[in-house]
Design a protein around this ligand. Sequence first.
Ligand SMILES: [Zn+2]
Length: 262
Amino acid sequence: MSVADIAVIGGTGFYSFLEDYEERTVETPYGAPSAPIAVGTVAGRQVAFLPRHGAHHEHPPHAIPYRANLWALRSLGVRQVLAPCAVGGLRPEVAPGDIVVPDQLVDRTYRRIPSYVETGAVHLPFGDPYCDRLSAAVAASEPGIKSGGAMVIVEGPRFSTRAESRSYAGEGWTLINMTGHPEAALAREMRQCYSAIALVTDMDAGAESGEGVGQDEVFALFKANLERLTGILSRTIATIPDPDGCSCSTWADGIDLTYDIP
Ligand SMILES: [Zn+2]
């Protein structure tokens, strides 16, 4: 019997989602998740909420317990993960205040453990890193949402230099963030559907002529858009597709996984 079928992993500025909830403290083989997990009901569905950076933003992007987070959610029964995050814009197609559902990611992190696989030949299919069915449900939840584009994930916690930022934009990548990897890959290893919901809080350093991004503007913009984001999440949950048969789960059929899925 699953405790929750759907999870929301809240990003910077997004520390609570459920009005009425019960808290679950979960231990995992990978240590404790970022925070106790809140479980409640949204649109008649059992939903788990986990603040990615901890309840008081104590985990910086490079030190988030990513493996514990996805394992803990799966252990509660979660098969679909909605992952809001704050991002910088790299290209003029996006502007602060936009909500974008990316369809690709580029991993530029270098000191995180990006997999549950520690032995044997298990190679995750990741050509399309996000669940297209879940992403389509998010995109359909509000007319203003933009779909598509690549999100580059950098190690952080520092912001980019102008040269880095221009180079990423020159590659044609649209968004930049510090947490989208390995979260998306770990979710798929846990056979979960995963969709990123990116709120553009600022333009990255090389993408505008000003001072570049500052922490205050990121938090302020997230705060201003929190209500819109929770509406998108609630409407998505109300119409979320059935995860049965999705390739996010079936990729592992017939494969001897060398790690446990709770
Ligand atoms: Zn899926």
